[in-house]
Ligand binder design. Structure first.
Ligand code: NAD
Length: 472
């Protein structure tokens, strides 16, 4: 067990006297959570200088020492789990329980340990008596990590754990919506990681841009919207940076006619509504065969009614508010447009705008066209459109019809039939009778405009190393 810090994490990460700060409000109540520092390009330069100074010794330390540091960092996260979960819940809005704040903090420790345990050996490519060629992965140097506001702690760990394990230093730019979660997490991790290797620069978009075009940064790990991903490709071009881009999705789920509606309802619900729908690889459009369409709609509605939504710190809640007002407006406007088009509201669709917080009710929308904006655009919130199909070829075509392809799922009583459909879907991951589960041993990444590069497992480590062939 690591020693606890002797001040609260929020006090430890607050702006220094005279430093600019931003008040962070709880999206469920509007109450003040804390004040985050607002860093600028000067702090980015200082972070890069510290990273440059610390990285060579870290690279020389070797894999066993770096893995030991990651395991110690996981111990520190566990020692501070309760405080971290409360900060995350208050800042992001997600409840403590269910697949939410405590789960996210647990995942941070689990990913640190799994990354420490993953083996990446040099690979002998040719050895035939005449030629000997071996592929190694060297540290890149300094890695930039730019993250979103939906799973701020977990995604930061996904970016920094493999970067550190491979001998790099990291400069992190958290979302301006959730800086406290990332600053608090780094405060804890830095109890176990040598100084200078992990610095959070808690600034606005200009810091993200500064990081993406910085000549001393060799690689950027980015998770966020497709639009920002494209901006990062442009601003990183002059320095020919390596990029891993985990971008937006609009995942389709296809329910085949032999599926049992009551058996799949819970899985469908959490596939779509995990983190109140604010998840990159959540199920965002559901295609159901006409034979079981009404039964699936009914089973989903019955299950959805049982899942409580409310303030994150109340132990019974499993769904929370949208993290910010802009996201609330996107969801509300998409559902209003669906209603106006004549779609049938099975549940929700009636927000109470007089209550504090960015709560949008759990919403299920049936009898909706595939071209409707609630289907064609990423809603990133608790509103699921359910489209009827008559022929599986038509469902595959609709599922593949968008420019994004992060995840997808197929639901059936016959997993073999589902796997056959899965091979025809344009998505980085296709789940069978589930949606959205991630695992630190299994590579994860997007197809089409959902991004490129893989995270997790040995493939994930390779993306944080510079490949080098030693020929001879
Ligand atoms: P966003 O793109 O608005 O912001 C992400 C980060 O990029 C923030 O830190 C922001 O400050 C920074 N940024 C903004 N403009 C920048 C620029 N020009 N240069 C560099 N950095 C810049 O995304 P968001 O709203 O925080 O996150 C939601 C989106 O992220 C959704 O589309 C979701 O699908 C996607 N997402 C994808 C994954 C995945 O693994 N594929 C995971 C989570 C979220």
């Amino acid at each position: 067990m690591e020693a606890k810090l002797d001040v609260s994490l929020l006090d430890a990460v607050a702006p220094a006297p005279g430093e600019p700060g931003r008040e962070i409000l709880d999206p469920a109540t509007g109450e003040l959570v804390g004040v985050a520092p607002v860093h600028g390009l000067d702090q980015l330069e200082a972070a890069v200088a510290a990273a440059k100074a610390a990285q060579p010794a870290w690279a020389a330390a070797g894999h066993p020492a770096r893995s030991a540091a990651l395991n110690a960092a996981a111990d520190a996260v566990e020692a501070h789990a309760d405080e971290l979960a409360r900060i995350l819940s208050r800042e992001q809005g997600k409840p403590l329980n269910g697949p939410n704040a405590r789960f996210e903090v647990g995942a941070c420790a689990a990913w640190l340990r799994a990354t420490a345990a993953t083996v990446l050996e040099p690979e002998t490519v040719v050895e035939d008596g005449e030629t000997r060629a071996v592929l190694h992965y060297r540290p890149i140097g300094i890695v930039g990590a730019i993250g979103p506001w939906n799973w701020p702690m977990m995604i930061t760990v996904w970016q920094i754990a493999p970067a550190l394990r491979m001998g790099n230093a990291v400069v992190v730019k958290p979302s301006e919506h959730t800086p406290l979660s990332v600053l608090a997490l780094a405060e804890v991790l830095n109890q176990s990681i040598p100084a200078g290797l992990l610095t959070v620069v808690s600034g606005d978009r200009e810091v993200g841009e500064g990081l993406a075009n910085h000549p001393a940064i060799g690689k950027v790990m980015f998770t966020g919207s497709t639009a920002t991903g494209k901006a990062i490709i442009r601003s990183s071009a002059d320095t020919v940076k390596r990029l891993t881009l985990e971008l937006g999705g609009n995942d389709a789920g296809i329910v085949l006619p032999d599926a049992d509606p009551s058996a799949i309802a819970e899985g469908l619900f959490w596939g779509a509504f995990i983190n109140t729908g604010q998840t990159c690889a959540a199920l965002k459009r559901l295609y159901v065969h006409q034979d079981i369409y009404e039964d699936v709609c009914q089973a989903l509605t019955d299950y959805a009614r049982t899942v409580p939504m409310g303030v994150g710190l109340d132990e019974q809640n499993l769904l929370g508010p949208l993290q910010n007002r802009d996201q609330y407006r996107i969801v509300a406007d998409l559902v209003e447009a669906a209603k106006a088009s004549g779609a049938r509201i099975l549940l929700g669709g009636n927000p109470d705008e007089s209550q504090p917080g960015h709560f949008y009710p759990t919403t299920l929308v049936a009898d909706i066209d595939n071209e409707n904006p609630l289907v064609a655009q990423e809603q990133f919130g608790p509103a699921l459109p359910i489209v009827k199909y008559t022929d599986v070829e038509e469902a595959i075509q609709m599922a593949n019809g968008l420019e994004v392809g992060l995840g997808a799922s197929v639901w059936s009583a016959d997993p073999e039939a589902a796997r056959e459909v899965a091979t025809r879907l344009d998505a980085g991951t296709v789940w069978v009778n589930a949606h959205g589960a991630v695992d630190p041993r299994i590579p994860f990444g997007g197809a089409k405009q959902s991004g490129y590069g893989l995270e997790f497992g040995a493939e994930g480590l390779k993306h944080l190393g510079q490949p080098q062939i030693i020929n001879g």
